[in-house]
Design a protein. Structure first.
Length: 203
């Protein structure tokens, strides 16, 4: 297997030359970091660029493996998550957890794709009862999310096809037991990369 540094070099070539991150960092900046053998910086910048520019599945797989080899567990998890989204689509929502005195959760949970709560997304059983669905949860821009707090989240359903009816503005509820654990509003839905017009998890 190729080493982490060769994998990063290969990943650079999978992005458009004019791709830039939101902060203005470019592909040429990545190549500069590579020339200086600043591999962790090169990896971080590549992730930033690809988070705002479409990247193929192979790109995320290369970065996930290079992160694993460099013992960068957080980056590995994120790259694996983004690889999953390329294959299955992206679901983003604004989630507000219920207060501690109203729900079962009393403490924050880690936001990096480890929690897999149940969700009421409108599916129903034959007798009309809520047919809950499982989805892993990634909290954006924060390491944890606690009772009463609100954050943008990404969801990775175990059965993505059952989520295809959702649209931005839909309200869904999170459950970690019988009481509702949180209320989320869908803010973005993107299809798998293979379904996008041509012109982004494991634990």
């Amino acid at each position: 297997m190729d080493d982490a540094f060769k994998l990063i070099r290969q990943a650079v070539d999978l992005l458009p030359e004019d791709a830039t991150a939101e902060n203005g960092v470019t592909i040429e900046d990545v190549r500069d970091w590579i020339r200086y053998t600043e591999w962790e910086m090169a990896l971080a910048v590549l992730i930033e660029i690809a988070d705002t520019n479409p990247a193929p599945l192979t790109f995320w797989e290369l970065l996930a493996e290079s992160s694993r080899q460099m013992d960068l567990d957080g980056d590995r998890r994120w790259c694996e998550w983004r690889a999953w989204e390329v294959q299955h689509g992206t679901i983003r929502a604004t989630l507000t957890l219920v207060d501690a005195d109203q729900g079962l959760r009393q403490t924050p949970f880690a936001g990096h794709g480890e929690l897999r709560p149940l969700w009421d997304i409108g599916n129903r059983t034959a007798d009309g009862q809520a047919d809950l669905d499982v989805a892993l949860l990634w909290v954006e821009f924060a390491p944890t999310l606690g009772p009463g707090e609100t954050a943008s989240v990404r969801l990775a359903p175990l059965r993505p096809a059952r989520w295809q009816h959702l649209k931005p503005g839909d309200l869904i509820t999170m459950h970690e037991g019988r009481p509702i654990g949180g209320l989320a509003e869908v803010i973005e839905l993107l299809p798998p990369a293979s379904q996008l017009p041509r012109t982004a998890p494991t634990q």
